[in-house]
Design a protein around this ligand. Structure first.
Ligand code: ADP
Ligand code: MG
Length: 462
């Protein structure tokens, strides 16, 4: 995951505390080599460390006990090993300043292109949940943010709608901008590019050149490039701009709803340029990722996660699983329903189901007509036993498991209360609660059980 400047300085402070402790009896060495050192940059694999003098830089760059102490302390704090590079802090700062001054001189500020296109500070790597579905795209995004223009150019991220492409583009922009405050990062939608191009050719910005404007950009983020299809003239201009940036080592990141080779109505030369870098697909999110997104969003609204029934949240993650935008819509309804109407008391499965009732897809609405007995019949048939055995007091392992699954499904699919389930199975509500919790926990680690429950659910939705 990307590391912010604040996190970076926190990590370094923790490392220094450890070193200082180790060098308690050798305060002189601590003062000479470490007390004024700084962690200037870090990524997943390497750290750039600023030292006070050339001597100190050389000393720490060669194998010795202090370097070993530093490496051990880094490992203790971060849990891993990093490639370390040492520089003199003063030289580093001067170089940064030179780069900034250079940019200020080269960057005319009087352009009026894309004035409405801004990076949204809300979308960062820190609040992007990484799961199996998107981890490669996130990894590639962090790599290009750390080494723009050097790894894959362009980075092409594609997925169905609502899976986080726009979020990732802004996250790259925010990360890069934080690291290089003077850099020019431009986020544009393809629609805004088309609009700007039309305004440009109709002559409303006569004395400005669109091509010159793009020459001032260090990192270009273009959203939804599929909309360039069949816009021949605009695509020609884009081709020119894209080539100029990539040839100058400037990073371009593109998103689309499909792989470059499936982009229709675009010239082959443009498609083959898009294919030159790296294309990463984001897949449909799994329940675990969706659940984590839900939880983080609840917390980010300043609400107490402990008030929300876990099964209810699982219900949301499973029901609104087509894309994250839909899940967010469901969460917004829930927040509105519960916060403005019910206050802040505990939010039950029933509250959760009720608040999103209107949004439920037909298949889930059908579940409303299901009864506890339908569930028992279905589980019994899956495990080749009778419903009577499940309702009975028999406690053999197989029947007890089937009974627990029934209780779990009554809770998560029907939203029945523990008391009601207790009545159905002639058990007290705390036994039901324990059974439901046990299954909820077990499906996270027992893939066979998880598959069985999925299959039973499918058979119930038919
Ligand atoms: P796309 O551009 O692919 O259509 P967006 O980036 O607009 O999708 O994402 C839709 C919403 O879902 C946004 O509010 C975004 O913050 C959220 N979202 C998507 N994926 C994630 C994720 N992995 N973690 C956190 N939020 C996400
Ligand atoms: Mg988008």
């Amino acid at each position: 995951m990307a590391v912010t400047v604040t996190q970076q300085s926190k990590i370094w402070n923790q490392i220094l505390v450890l070193i200082e402790k180790e060098l308690q009896k050798d305060k002189h060495s601590y003062d000479a080599f470490f007390s004024e050192s700084k962690l200037l940059e870090m990524d997943d694999n390497s750290m750039l460390i600023g030292t006070v003098s050339v001597l100190c830089q050389r000393y720490l760059s060669s194998p010795n006990a202090h370097l070993t102490l530093l490496k051990n302390s880094i490992k203790k704090v971060t849990g891993k090993e990093y490639k370390l590079t040492f520089v003199v802090t003063e030289d580093y700062k001067n170089k940064q300043k030179e780069n900034t001054d250079q940019k200020v001189i080269n960057t005319p500020t009087n352009y009026t292109f894309f004035t409405n296109c801004k990076i949204n500070p809300k979308y960062t790597f820190d609040n992007f949940v990484v799961g199996e579905c998107n981890k490669e795209a996130v990894r590639a995004s962090i790599m290009v943010s750390n080494n723009p223009g050097f790894t894959f150019n362009p980075l092409f991220i594609y997925s169905k709608s609502g899976l986080g492409k726009t979020h990732l583009l802004h996250a790259i922009g925010n990360y890069y901008q934080e690291k290089y405050p003077s850099a020019r990062v431009l986020y544009i939608t393809t629609d805004s590019f088309i609009d700007e191009f039309v305004r440009y050719v109709t002559g409303s910005q006569e004395n400005q050149s669109l091509k010159d404007f793009f020459n001032t950009v260090d990192l270009l983020l273009v959203d939804d490039i599929q909309f360039l299809s069949d816009k021949t003239k605009t695509a020609e201009m884009f081709f020119y701009i894209f080539n100029a940036l990539v040839n100058n080592g400037k990073q371009v990141v593109l998103t689309s709803d499909r792989h470059p080779k499936d982009l229709k109505g675009l010239e082959d030369r443009l498609v083959s340029r898009f294919n030159m870098g790296l294309s990463e697909k984001m897949h449909n999110p799994d329940t675990e990722t969706l659940l984590e997104i839900l939880k983080r969003k609840i917390v980010s609204h300043g609400l107490n996660l402990a008030n929300y029934d876990e099964d209810g949240l699982v219900f949301l993650a499973e029901t609104f699983s087509r894309n994250v935008r839909e899940l967010e819509g469901a969460l917004n309804r829930l927040l509105f329903h519960t916060v403005s109407i019910k206050g802040t008391e505990r939010i039950t499965v029933d509250d959760i189901k009720e608040s999103v009732q209107i949004m439920l897809p037909n298949s889930a609405k059908l579940a409303k007509n299901l009864t506890e007995n339908d569930i028992v019949e279905s589980v019994a048939s899956y495990y080749q036993m009778t419903a009577e055995q499940i309702y009975s007091k028999i406690r053999t392992a197989q029947i007890a498991l089937a009974r627990r699954i029934c209780m779990y499904l009554c809770r998560t699919m029907l939203g029945s209360s523990y008391i009601k389930i207790g009545e159905v199975f002639k058990r007290d509500h705390s036994t039901v609660m324990t059974a439901v919790e046990k299954v909820g926990k077990e499906i996270k680690t027992d893939s066979q059980l998880a598959t069985a429950i999925q299959d039973i659910k499918k058979s119930l939705k038919k």
